[in-house]
Ligand binder design. Structure first.
Ligand SMILES: [Zn+2]
Length: 340
């Protein structure tokens, strides 16, 4: 691969680097923002032999020395954004900036004494994932840990939403975002009319709604509220975590809101048609077999489905029943609000 094609020069001296990811998202955008005497790196990517080689080649090509990287800023803690932060810190000595919630989430999910994978497997089992899928899901979760180590040591908290942060010689306002990742931060500059939006708003694809046990019980509700709160932003260009920078932010937000409305309606129809189902069964009727058969994609399909079903319960458009399965373990089924 010719790495030249992966560096795009943007207005203001910014660079967009398409860092490879080993799944269907194709690449994650890392943005390099020029500072007085160095660079800020936003979202370096996940860690693999391929991404390390990518960065070595890309910085060489761009004429940027490792030592001129002054800081690493993360929009959120997901592996494809956070994963290389520790490696970058080792190479540069630069501090990593991440929301405090994001930092805690990363350690809860992939820290030395993490408990999240056991909790997730138990929750997915209760939501109907068959026992024979457990090994594959465990393998997927173990695989992720290798993509995020080492954890960065010097992590400084990003300011709270509404507060400001200086980058690229100007002052940015932090925009909070929930539902995709706890403590997600976007950066808005009203004079430049630019928004660095991480995964909160993406063109062409809809951000995954990140349901996890023991965290936000209504991530879809939180996500939709965060999106609506972004509608007043006056941005001519948005710089997303995946795909390419795009205009028409407000139009895109409207499309994503409509997508979730449609999906909620579709789930109401499915429950009416099929009667009470687990989230796994519901996902099987929503997603293609290719998605359901792959542990990585199944995880996101399950999270997405549970998030939508939980929202329907809160809207009184579905009911949740917790029962005991034949094996004596809990099983959660969702049914239509009006029993059929
Ligand atoms: Zn993400």
């Amino acid at each position: 691969m010719n790495s030249l094609s992966t560096i795009t020069k943007l207005a203001g001296g910014w660079l967009q680097l398409k860092v490879p990811v080993p799944f269907s998202l194709r690449w994650v955008n890392s943005y390099l923002l020029p500072e007085k005497s160095g660079w800020t790196v936003i979202d370096p990517g996940l860690r693999s032999a391929e991404t390390e080689a990518f960065w070595e080649a890309a910085l060489l090509e761009a004429g940027i020395a490792w030592t001129s990287i002054e800081r690493i800023v993360l929009t959120h803690h997901h592996p494809d954004h956070y994963g290389l932060a520790g490696w970058f810190q080792e190479k540069t000595g630069a501090p990593v900036y991440l929301s405090e919630t994001g930092r805690r989430s990363a350690l809860w999910m992939w820290g030395e004494n993490e408990t999240s994978s056991g909790e997730l497997l138990a929750a997915f089992a209760a939501h109907g994932m068959p026992a024979e899928r457990e090994e594959g899901m465990k393998g997927h979760l173990r695989n992720v840990i290798g993509q995020v180590l080492p954890h960065p040591r010097d992590v400084r908290p990003l300011p709270e939403p509404g507060e400001t942060f200086e980058m690229a010689g100007t002052v940015w306002t932090l925009i909070g975002g929930e539902g995709h990742a706890p403590g997600h931060r976007s950066f808005y500059q009203p004079d430049l009319r630019r928004l660095i939006c991480g995964d909160q708003v993406l063109p062409d694809i809809t951000p995954n709604i990140g349901w996890m046990p023991g965290t936000d019980p209504d991530p879809l509700g939180s996500y939709l509220a965060s999106l609506r709160a972004m509608l007043p932003l006056e941005a001519d260009l948005a710089f997303p975590g995946h795909r390419d920078p795009f205009g028409e932010l407000r139009t895109r937000i409207g499309e994503i809101l409509a997508h979730h409305d449609e999906r909620l309606d579709r789930m109401v129809s499915l429950l009416a048609e099929w009667g009470p189902m687990t989230a796994y069964e519901t996902a099987g009727r929503l997603f293609r077999a290719k998605v359901m058969d792959d542990s990585h994609q199944l995880r996101f399909a399950m999270a997405e489905t549970i998030a939508h079903l939980e929202r329907l319960v809160l809207e009184d458009r579905a009911v949740r029943r917790e029962e005991t399965g034949a094996d004596g373990k809990p099983v959660i089924r969702y049914g239509p609000a009006v029993p059929v």
